[in-house]
Design a protein. Structure first.
Length: 139
């Protein structure tokens, strides 16, 4: 049985809860990821920020108004102010089929992988598709 450990992306690209919205967007673009686990000072998972979260905020009416102080407020906005705090996670030894079912059930694109309280990777729809394609082309 395939486990998350075999299919996840690692090392995870994580951010602190004080990372600003523009910096989170830059990291997503640089590393070509669509979600960033958010860690507190002690390295514990406290949230997750997705590309959709950032787009919803930066494309909001407040941002589109004259670039006066509302624009600066959005630019300085730390991810702790808009991250999802209840994060669905999986363990490295969980079956990969269970993760696929979890993603479908919750309509999400990926989840952090937690081992002994630490984020050790992320597993996404893309990881699942990539591995499935690799397997099929090897036969």
């Amino acid at each position: 049985m395939d486990t998350v450990r075999d299919w996840m992306s690692q090392p995870p690209i994580c951010i602190s809860d004080s990372t600003t919205l523009p910096e989170a967007r830059r990291l997503m673009h640089r590393y070509r990821v669509r979600r960033l686990p958010v860690l507190d000072r002690d390295g514990r998972l406290v949230g997750i920020v997705t590309e959709g979260d950032i787009n919803r905020i930066s494309d909001s009416q407040a941002h589109d108004m004259r670039q006066y102080n509302l624009y600066h407020r959005v630019v300085d906005l730390p991810v702790r102010d808009f991250m999802t705090r209840t994060v669905i996670t999986v363990g490295p030894d969980d079956p990969v089929i269970a993760v696929a079912q979890l993603l479908l059930h919750h309509r999400i694109g990926g989840v952090p992988v937690i081992d002994e309280g630490r984020v050790i990777g992320v597993i996404t729809e893309s990881d699942l598709f990539r591995r499935m394609v690799e397997r099929e082309t090897q036969h």
